[in-house]
Design a protein around this ligand. Sequence first.
Ligand code: HEM
Length: 324
Amino acid sequence: MLKKLVQSSFSPSAIRGSVHAIENIVLNCLPKWENATPIYTLQEMKKVAMISAFGDNPEQETQGIKCLYQKLEKGYNSMPLDFPGTPFHKAMKARKSLNERLRKLIEKRRRSGESGGGLLGILLKKQKLNEISDSQIADNIIGVIFAAHDTTASVLTWVLKYLHDNANVLEAVVREQDGIRRKLQHEDKRALTWDDTRHMLLTTRVIQETLRSASILSFTFREAVEDVEFQGYVIPKGWKVLPLFRTIHHSSDFFPQPEIFDPSRFEVPPKPNTYIPFGNGAHSCPGSELAKLEMLIFLHHLTTTYRFLRLRGNKTEATICSAR
Ligand code: HEM
């Protein structure tokens, strides 16, 4: 049931109404970039990518939760040495506090009778029917932040790099987005809508090609629940099988000249099971449409309003941004 709830909260029909909230986050974020040098792109993109869990919510608790998540993030990939001072220990502490904060937020929203936006709002509405516990809600929220945050931010960082390195593609994206902007201005300077994002065909292909080329999640895994025979091989029960997305996405059998960044290859849909940046089957990514929507809205405002320049540092990808 929880899986279905998560899926339904991020389905196209559920997120259609989020365009305005995402646009607000983007419009709040981008002006801060202007002439602020340098911008550490990945860190900034993470601010754009938090909407899925809570909706566009300025509550103080939500801000506190974001800070705690950042602490957790710093240590989750560290050596598991659990004593004071280690990144792992700090991450474990942050995970505990995160749970407590989320429970307080759940309690507060329950008392006020306002479920609020994002996945949290949907889970709280369901809780009114006594179908899920507070700890299930907290675990799912933390899981979704984890799944949504770095992934979307990292893809957006790669999009900027590819646009910067391929001036002709950037020019075409700017042309497409300027066209949409002119239309909005003609129509009483209205805000972006879901339908406008469906007309961002080239920008969508740029995102698709970035997902292929960068393959930021390079594999997933499945565990055999019983012995399986596949093409003469036996996969014993309990073994894990890892489909390597990056290898598939960089195979010249499916994507000619795979090393070239060429969004036009997506003018024709790829063959089934050759393009799986969001996985496949029962455990495929429920947030794929939301991630793409966030990226389209961000790219609309970035390309129609600003110019950006990539700085090559030792370790981090940074950008300078100025008004067009
Ligand atoms: C560009 C951004 C993203 C990429 C590339 C991405 C990719 C993936 C991939 C490859 C998987 C594993 C699929 C599999 O094993 O078959 C996955 C799972 C998942 N993703 Fe995403 N994801 C992104 C954004 C998001 C967002 C925005 C959300 C939430 C709104 C989200 C929520 C999840 C969840 C909950 C799972 C676990 C699904 C399950 O195990 O049943 N993801 N994602």
